[in-house]
Design a protein. Structure first.
Length: 122
């Protein structure tokens, strides 16, 4: 019961965080001011790619819990590891900016990774 709450809850949080990334793309790119078309495309691509990756993690963990049960442990643990790598990257890059959501990103990813790990063992 508690593992389902941790896994589905974490999946929902990271999916919504990823969807927020995608939804904010236009504003984020505009916040950089005047950019060359190529730089706009690169920032847009990277911002959307991270958002979609986070959404994918949420969907995969949910589907694994729904269909694999205990066999999904490797999915939960791999997803947690992936989020921790992204959290480390965010800590070294975006979290060093003055943008509050970017500062929160490593904490959100780490909290969801912890929920996935706890959900694996409980």
């Amino acid at each position: 019961m508690i593992n389902g709450i941790l896994l589905y809850g974490g999946a929902a949080v990271i999916f919504l965080w990823g969807a927020a990334h995608v939804a904010a793309t236009r504003g984020v790119v505009a916040g950089f001011g005047e950019l060359s078309p190529d730089n706009k495309r690169i920032i847009t691509m990277e911002w959307i790619a991270e958002g979609l990756a986070l959404c994918f993690v949420g969907v995969v963990v949910s589907l694994a819990k729904l269909s694999l049960g205990e066999a999904g442990r490797v999915v939960y643990q791999a997803s947690a590891a992936f989020l921790l790598v992204l959290a480390a990257l965010s800590s070294l890059t975006g979290a060093r900016t003055s943008v509050l959501p970017m500062k929160l990103c490593p904490y959100v990813k780490t909290a969801v990774a912890a929920a996935f790990v706890l959900g694996t063992f409980l």
